[in-house]
Design a protein around this ligand. Structure first.
Ligand SMILES: Cc1cc2nc3c(=O)[nH]c(=O)nc-3n(C[C@H](O)[C@H](O)[C@H](O)COP(=O)(O)OP(=O)(O)OC[C@H]3O[C@@H](n4cnc5c(N)ncnc54)[C@H](O)[C@@H]3O)c2cc1C
Length: 451
């Protein structure tokens, strides 16, 4: 008897799982997705005015060969390559990213504060490794100046969660740290230093936005196994049954989950109390994505900008038309995609977000009031689950939840199925799905579910 693998969610993780099973010749699987489109948070949308939008700026880069090969095989030659051109807006000045390597762009008094802060932090001998939370880590690595001008306000704007309640263990290559010799050399030699990081070069689909990759991936799967518009409402883990919002049900032997872990646990009856409370302790933010389409030539060749200050609601804006000319209706148009996070710690007025975004673009120097007359499209998407926050309790909670789920034959991965921000990009998510699928179908070399 073949064992049926059910997959929840057709984002990169769920599609990665399904594709890998198919690739390995294991065909007793079925995927259920609540939306009537695939791609999850990596989906893209075309608005009624002909502008294409992602759910926030998606930058595609990876160190996984399998992922890169797969994406290139899906896109063929239909992609564009970009070099990151990224800036930070501070004190009415544009500072190239990474901020700390380019503080020579700041007014002199602020430069001095940043340098003295770095020196104090170094002389203080505070060991960032022993910092208890993200705030202490930031102060120990960057010192007061850089922390106050950029790191702390920016991170609060993104995460919508106090940095003192976040762990520091997710940082690795997600935050550019600092080399004081390099900072001083850049200031004194008037040198730009913009190359840091894994995403300094990236590719983007020629048409259809980031979501095109996942539409094409889904296109390689048998249609009848990809069940769209099917929301899992409850998981009866004892009987190994899924119950859908439309009242129907399905059996499974193994379950690969990519829906948010807290929602999965809430949808399961008779979960041990410590697992239920661990799931309730997981923290996430939401992001309001506002697209602004403008009938003008694009004024800059930039990719994206960071906004730590309080004069605008968004933490990041992308010149999305610069990623592909097909992201706009035609020549003579450009587009700005703006992201504003929210949470109980940082409530946002959702109803007024378009006007506040436009006002913020003016305050931040990206649009003039006259430019606003050329806005021809506004588009809003509310991503309720956007960033899985690395809270102080997270790792303990995840160990309890994942261990219990595995006992119940449920394997959970992906951005919110895994809830680990440091492994929650498209490539991580797809690879986790693919790898879990292989392990579930083939335990080592032993087939635990028949091919
Ligand atoms: C603002 C923002 C910017 C980002 N920028 C980047 C970037 O620059 N580079 C990068 O690589 N990644 C980026 N990401 C991350 C990227 O979007 C995720 O890595 C990826 O989408 C995660 O895939 P996933 O399959 O794990 O989860 P998701 O994409 O969330 O997919 C989960 C799927 O499960 C479905 N689902 C949920 N509940 C149910 C249910 N009850 N029943 C059935 N189906 C259900 C959902 O509808 C969804 O389709 C960004 C994300 C955000 C929010």
């Amino acid at each position: 008897m073949s064992k049926r693998i059910a997959i929840i969610g057709a984002g990169p993780a769920g599609l990665g799982a399904a594709y890998r099973l198919q690739e390995l010749g294991y065909d007793d699987w079925v995927l259920y997705e609540k939306n009537n489109y695939v791609g999850g948070l990596a989906a893209s949308f075309r608005d009624e005015h002909g502008f294409t939008w992602d759910i926030g700026g998606h930058v595609l880069f990876s160190r996984y060969e399998y992922f890169t090969r797969l994406v290139l095989s899906l896109l063929g030659d239909e992609y564009l390559e970009h070099e990151r051109v990224s800036w930070v807006r501070v004190l009415d000045t544009w500072v190239p990213y990474p901020f700390q390597n380019n503080i020579r762009y700041l007014p002199p008094a602020a430069q001095l504060e940043c340098v003295l802060g770095l020196l104090d932090a170094a002389l203080d001998g505070r060991d960032p490794k022993s910092a208890k939370n993200f705030r202490d880590w930031t102060l120990a690595v960057f010192g007061e100046g850089i922390a106050q001008y950029f790191m702390l306000p920016y991170n609060f704007k993104v995460w919508a969660y106090p940095p003192e309640l976040m762990s520091k263990d997710w940082i690795a290559e997600r935050v550019s740290v600092v080399d004081i010799r390099r900072v001083l050399s850049n200031i004194l030699l008037h040198r730009d230093d913009v190359r840091w990081g894994p995403n300094s070069k990236f590719i983007f689909p020629l048409a259809g936005g980031t979501g095109e990759i996942f539409r094409r991936l889904a296109g390689r799967l048998p249609r009848e196994k990809l069940v769209l518009g099917k929301e899992v409402a409850a998981v009866d883990w004892r009987r190994r049954e899924l119950h859908f919002a439309d009242g129907s049900g399905a059996e499974y032997d193994f379950l690969i989950n990519t829906m948010p872990l807290d929602r999965l646990i809430a949808a399961m009856p008779q979960v041990p109390e410590e697992v239920r409370s661990a799931a309730q302790s997981l923290v996430h933010n939401g992001v309001l994505v506002v697209g602004i389409g403008i009938r003008q030539e694009c004024p800059r060749k930039w990719c994206w900008m960071y906004f730590p200050e309080g004069n605008c609601p968004f933490y990041r804006v992308t010149y999305f038309s610069n990623y592909s000319p097909n992201n706009v209706p035609g020549p003579g148009y450009y587009s700005l995609m703006c992201e504003t996070s929210y949470s109980a710690h940082k409530p946002e007025d959702k109803g007024g977000i378009v006007q506040r975004t436009i006002d913020g673009l003016v305050a931040a120097g990206l649009l003039s009031r006259t430019d606003c007359n050329d806005i021809v499209s506004t588009w809003v998407l509310d991503a309720e689950y956007a960033y899985p926050v690395p809270s102080l309790e997270r790792d303990r909670a995840l160990s309890a939840i994942q261990a219990w789920l595995r006992e119940a034959g449920i394997y959970s991965c992906g951005r919110f199925g895994g809830w680990r921000y440091e492994e929650a990009n498209m490539d991580h998510s797809l690879m986790q799905g693919a790898e879990l699928a292989r392990r579930v179908a083939f335990h080592g070399d032993t087939v635990i579910a028949h091919v």
